[in-house]
Write a protein that binds this ligand. Structure first.
Ligand SMILES: [Zn+2]
Length: 467
């Protein structure tokens, strides 16, 4: 009797302790299904192995879109394409070859928007980190400028797009950027965030060959390189993939991830991860919590790598709609917390969610610091509050960023499952809290916020500062 009574008191006490924050059943269903029926991993495998690297405008990109739309359809989810045209770029069989002091074809990767250029030869000069002041002080006319990866002793390291402009202005023939990472890796990337053709050819070369060239040049030996560029710029028609889950009201929360990738590897980490997590979040919410207050829109953006084209086009096309928040997934590893990105209104929700997700070990619980250069940026610049997650990636998952080794073998199904579970909970909570009074911020507020966090300098150097 006595024992039973004690047990009853303990039980009632516990029930009261948890009554305030009882975990809704659908949370547990979503978490369970994310781990046991995980769709993110096999869908990503299909995209990576059957289509591959998804540079916007390529057949691989189109093929992967078909796979994704087909997989959604198999779940009864009808996604549509939203078409748009952008300045595109096609990688050709470029040839960069040392002729003096010895002949060797260099491993070189053209930056996006580099244009077709008939073969030419030129002497190589070392341009340090490519600051304007340094390039102005050197004789680089008709030369190929070799740029190191070291940080300059004074001032900021310019972006590759800026270095190309500085070098072209001084009459240089081309630029070679030495990659920072060891192991024969090149670093793909765009040469213009606005899709302008590069004024002169620009390539990423490996650290090993780059340091060899630098040793020769800086010790006074003559180095001649021959270059033939077959890559070229071309307008392309492409599309974002959009899946809408209508809510009680038309005001929406957008969940986004870029779908395109560079072409060197399979784009499995950047951004196969976000692509696949978004897929499973759509599946989990559609299945376990389809009726929400706000409309949820899942968007797979195209053209991110060439200059955030898909998200820019989406924001422009939907500018008259009420978009209350955007959650972005880019190279999302195992989620370790939430980032309010300078939008303080999200912090109380995050602080409420983290202690309810104890088993997920969210060690970077709540941060509030914005960053740029992914698809949330066009939303943020329009005053739409954005959210990203803090996340952990293993060393070999990050190491091959924009390079040959970004392949499916590095993807971890447990990380995908964990992230899909956490982000499904975040999104479904956000979609049912009209009391949060989410709203767009004014241009003035956004400008101040970005300046406060020092993002104005980066955006200005990319010609992406709209204020
Ligand atoms: Zn990315």
């Amino acid at each position: 009797m006595k024992l039973q009574r004690i047990a009853l008191i303990v039980f009632v006490g516990l029930a009261f302790a948890f009554a305030g924050d009882r975990i809704p059943d659908y949370w547990n269903l979503m978490i369970g299904s994310a781990f046991t029926e995980n769709h993110a991993y096999p869908v990503l495998q299909k995209i990576c192995d059957r289509a591959g690297g998804r540079l916007t405008g390529t057949v691989q990109n189109e093929k992967a879109q078909d796979i994704l739309i087909g997989e959604l359809k198999a779940l009864g989810l009808n996604a549509k394409r939203e078409y748009f045209e952008i300045p595109g770029w096609v990688r050709g069989d470029d040839d960069v070859r040392m002729l003096e002091p010895t002949e060797r074809k260099l491993r070189a990767v053209a930056l996006g928007y580099v244009q077709k250029t008939p073969g030419f030869q030129a002497q190589v000069v070392f341009g340090f980190s490519g600051q304007k002041k340094i390039l102005d002080s050197l004789n680089i006319k008709n030369k190929i400028v070799l740029i190191g990866y070291e940080r300059p002793e004074k001032g900021q390291r310019p972006l590759r797009a800026q270095v190309i402009r500085f070098a072209a202005d001084k009459g240089a023939k081309a630029v070679l950027f030495i990659n920072r990472k060891i192991g024969g890796l090149c670093l793909a990337g765009t040469s213009s965030f606005q899709g302008d053709p590069a004024p002169i050819p620009a390539f990423s070369i490996t650290k090993e060959e780059g340091l060899w060239l630098k040793r020769l040049v800086t010790s006074g030996q003559k180095v001649v390189v021959q270059m033939t560029v077959r890559s070229y710029c071309k307008p392309v028609k492409t599309s974002n993939i959009v899946l809408t889950l209508p809510g009680k009201v038309k005001d929406k929360i957008v969940l986004g991830a870029h779908f395109d990738s560079w072409d060197l590897g399979q784009g499995s980490i950047d951004n196969g991860l976000g692509t696949a997590i978004l897929f499973d979040v759509a599946r989990l919410i559609a299945r376990y919590h389809p009726n929400n207050y706000y409309t949820l829109e899942f968007v797979w953006f195209n053209g991110e790598e060439l200059g955030l084209w898909g998200s820019k086009k989406y924001v422009a096309r939907h500018q008259n709609e009420s978009i209350l928040a955007m959650i972005n997934m880019d190279m999302t590893g195992r989620v370790t917390g939430f980032d309010a990105m300078g939008f303080d209104e999200f912090v109380p929700l995050f602080k409420e969610l983290v202690p309810k997700l104890t088993g997920f070990n969210l060690t970077q619980a709540v941060t509030n610091k914005p960053w740029t250069n992914s698809d949330h940026a066009p939303f943020m610049l329009q005053g739409i509050p954005v959210i990203t997650t803090n996340a952990h990636l293993d060393k070999d998952q990050v190491n091959y960023y924009h390079s040959f080794g970004d392949t499916f073998d590095k993807v971890r199904p447990d990380y995908l499952a964990q992230s899909a579970a956490v982000i499904s909970i975040l999104a479904s909570e956000l979609a049912n809290r009209p009391q949060m009074h989410l709203r767009r911020h004014s241009k003035k507020q956004i400008k101040q916020m970005l300046e406060h966090f020092g993002l104005d300098r980066i955006l200005k150097s990319e010609n992406e500062w709209p204020f």
